[in-house]
Ligand binder design. Structure first.
Ligand code: IPM
Ligand code: MG
Length: 373
């Protein structure tokens, strides 16, 4: 059941590492505002993930945190990682904490909308006419493929030398369930899906294409479907991104293509994401919301981070987990107004605009929200 507006919404907050804690702080101020002004109650529990969890517990995600995530109505995550933990073995790395959450919560559908705000058209490295009005949605499969396939590891070869192995695997069911999410979402947008793989060189890629085609023919004939090789998609995103509406792709290609799409919006600091599981018999769906950007160790702790991607991720949480579309519109609208007023963090700074800190960006957003109250 989607939590009703009056019920307490259980939110697990995992700020993580680096700028994760800074951008999360601004988001929590907005959650507070919602509680005061919109009569919604969040039951917020805060915990550690990534390097911060490793420093305290010797693991990037403690079991009790995993349990809390399974019980929460939604998880908000900042960012994980940093040079301090680079030397750790793979099972201890901060990124493992995030990957464990995705895997054990079975968050197979990762929604990464790349929307270019008018105020930021000139902040992109691409020509304005290429990206003005851009609004695409990348649906990245998040629990299979290269990130999780077995076998994996590095082995010593008998004659000396080493072999590194990672495996790309998908079952037909894994392909179909993420493709279904893409088709459903396309129906609420411009009704076009482009499915992306490497069917020309990978058997698993060809199977991906076949499964998407079959599902389309069986259930989604009304939606426009095209297929594209991943290398071509990377090129087309730069050449003419507006040809796309919804892109559905595997875990690794989705990781790469979504960074590319993010940069069109002017900065990685602008792109939110939602990671969703399947609905269970009681209509409950596990979900995690996080910005696409990382922990940005180079600017961490200096108040320079752009909190917008985290705030927009919170807006996605309101929309997808709490059925609070009006409140999500308020947050998105406030972010747009703040940008229209010329306020910029360093990542999107341009001549003639006002350079502000993470907190000042949060202040301005709250002031815009307050005008709507
Ligand atoms: C992302 C990130 C993660 C990924 C890292 C932090 C493990 O790059 O969410 O895109 O590779 O999935
Ligand atoms: Mg990535």
């Amino acid at each position: 059941m989607t939590a009703s507006k009056t019920a307490n919404k259980k939110l697990l907050v995992l700020p993580g590492d680096g700028i994760g804690t800074e951008v999360m702080a601004e988001t929590l101020r907005v959650a507070d505002w919602m509680a005061k002004r919109r009569a919604v109650r969040f039951d917020i529990q805060e915990d550690l993930v990534g390097g911060a969890a490793y420093d305290k517990h010797g693991t990037p995600l403690a079991d009790k945190t995993m349990d809390a995530a399974m019980k929460a109505d939604a998880v908000l995550l900042g960012a994980v990682g940093g040079p301090k933990w680079d030397g750790l073995s793979f099972d201890k790395k901060p990124e493992r904490g995030l990957l464990r959450l995705r895997k054990e919560m079975d968050l197979f559908a990762n929604l990464r909308p790349a929307v270019v705000f008018d105020a930021l058209v000139d902040a992109s490295t691409l020509k304005p006419e290429i990206i003005k009005g851009l609004d695409i949605l990348i649906v990245r499969e998040l629990t299979a493929g290269m990130y999780f396939g077995q076998p994996r590891g590095v082995e010593n070869l008998p004659g000396g030398g080493r072999k590194g192995v990672n495996t790309h695997t998908y079952t037909d069911a894994e392909v179909r369930r993420v493709a279904a999410v893409a088709f459903e979402l396309a129906r609420k947008r411009s009704n076009k899906v482009c499915s992306v793989e490497k069917a020309n060189v990978m058997e698993a890629g060809l199977m991906w294409r076949e499964e998407v085609t079959k599902l389309h023919a069986a259930e989604y004939k009304d939606v426009g479907l095209s297929h594209m090789y991943a290398d071509n998609c990377a090129m087309q995103l730069i050449r003419n991104p507006k040809q796309f509406d919804v892109i559905v792709t595997d875990n690794l290609f989705g990781d790469i293509l979504s960074d590319e799409a993010a940069m069109m919006t002017g900065s990685l600091g602008m792109l939110p994401s939602a990671s969703l599981g399947a609905r269970d018999a009681a209509d409950r769906r596990l979900a995690l919301y996080e910005p696409v950007h990382g922990s940005a160790p180079d600017i961490a702790g200096q108040g320079k981070a752009n909190p917008v991607a985290m705030l927009l991720s919170f807006a996605m949480c309101l929309r997808y987990s709490f059925d609070m579309g009006d409140e999500a519109d308020l947050v998105e609208g406030a972010a747009k107004k703040v940008l229209d007023r010329g306020l910029r963090t360093g990542d999107i700074m341009q001549p003639g605009k006002t350079l502000v800190s993470t907190k000042a960006m949060g202040d301005a957003l709250l002031a815009e929200l307050e005008k709507t109250a």
